[in-house]
Ligand binder design. Sequence first.
Ligand code: ADP
Length: 178
Amino acid sequence: MEARVKINGTIISLVKGDITLEETDAIVNAANTNLAGGGGVDGAIHRAGGPAIMEECRKIGSCPTGSAVITAGGKLKARLVIHTVGPVYRDGTHGEPDLLMSAYRSSLNLALEKGLKSISFPSISTGAYGYPVEEASKIAVSTVIEFIRQNKGFNLVRFVLFSDKDLTTYRRALEKVL
Ligand code: ADP
């Protein structure tokens, strides 16, 4: 079941699903610094979007952890893909929270600069990069809420979680932040 709240004119929505099917202006990819493609959501986005996305990624070259770059969406319903790089989780004392916050913020800033009205995020860093979902969800949700309190412009910011468990964890994080 979808959870949604409206803050400062922006709907924040939490759903379970496959982000490659989203129809928001942009979807966010949990990429790696080489923009080289990989497993998880990155692999799914390149498979669904076709080779044009990777061609653009090759031209861009790389993206530091905590930053974001943008490409067209190829065959995806979303017009654009924002590729951001979350931190690899070690033990939480190596700047992971700040870098994760920065990945969300960089993505939102890029979307805002491009005038986008809607954007979907996956749960950045909580797959192969090993960030505990409970901690990551708090950072994800609070960073987005802080951003939309400070910036008007988005109609919709959506989190697309890949499992019921992740959806529940993000819902709890949202309830706590409100
Ligand atoms: P990272 O390397 O940043 O940890 P992963 O892609 O390994 O990125 O995992 C991030 C999250 O994306 C995980 O919760 C994973 O289950 C989820 N995920 C994988 N495929 C999809 C998809 N098609 N749509 C949405 N989320 C997905």
